[in-house]
Ligand binder design. Structure first.
Ligand SMILES: [Fe+2]
Length: 198
């Protein structure tokens, strides 16, 4: 999965006219995460039930492995929700918060959610009849910028307006801010400001 994401980073940087390794360098040594999300759908039952609420990912780019039971939805820029169903052996790549920040919004961060998809109804009934479980698992890879890098718009995206909207900050501090906003940070380590001459 890491290779897929790094290939995406190379292609995207080239497409934006940046040095091809711009994003790979930004994420070098980052605290990347591989995580499998799991839900037992027999406990959810009702189509439309929200399993993971609408959110942005706070990392750089997320990869969703293909072949999972339907349920992942992403929002388009014009506000429609699309089912994201990458086939087996494929990866859906989703731009997240840090990429959006580096490009001052040129690459949108994508809101997404997981719901009990209507398309699962028949398979759920079948699992119930056979007294089987009906788990949904999806392997995900979350690439992160290195904690000690500075998050700010890259030079092609920097102007008076973007400097105001996207002020420079340490990646590590940015992540702690986001975790604090959603009450996932019990104790805030001492905040570390950027040097005065930055
Ligand atoms: Fe997410």
């Amino acid at each position: 999965m890491r290779v897929v994401i790094e290939n995406y980073d190379w292609a995207l940087a080239s497409g934006l006219g940046l040095e091809p390794d711009t994003f790979v360098r930004f994420c070098d040594r980052g605290p990347h995460l591989v995580a499998s999300t799991f839900v037992e759908l027999r406990k959810v039952c009702e189509p439309g039930t929200v399993i993971a609420g609408v959110h942005y990912d706070l990392n750089f780019v997320s990869g969703h492995a293909g072949g999972a039971i339907p349920g992942l939805y992403g929002e388009t820029p014009d506000g429609r929700w699309l089912a994201i169903d990458p086939p087996e052996n494929c990866v859906a790549v989703q731009p997240a918060w840090q990429l959006w920040y580096l490009t001052a919004g040129r690459i949108p961060r994508v809101r997404h959610m997981v719901i009990f998809d209507e398309r699962n109804r028949d398979r759920l009934q079948q699992a119930k009849r056979q007294c089987l479980g009906f788990p949904r698992t999806q392997l995900q890879y979350f690439s992160h910028g290195w904690t000690e890098n500075v998050l700010q718009p890259l030079s092609p995206f920097r102007n008076a307006e973007s400097e105001k909207q996207f002020p420079p900050q340490w990646v590590g501090e940015f992540v702690l801010d986001r975790l604090e906003e959603i009450n996932l940070l019990k104790t805030r380590p001492l905040q570390r400001p950027l040097p005065d001459n930055f």
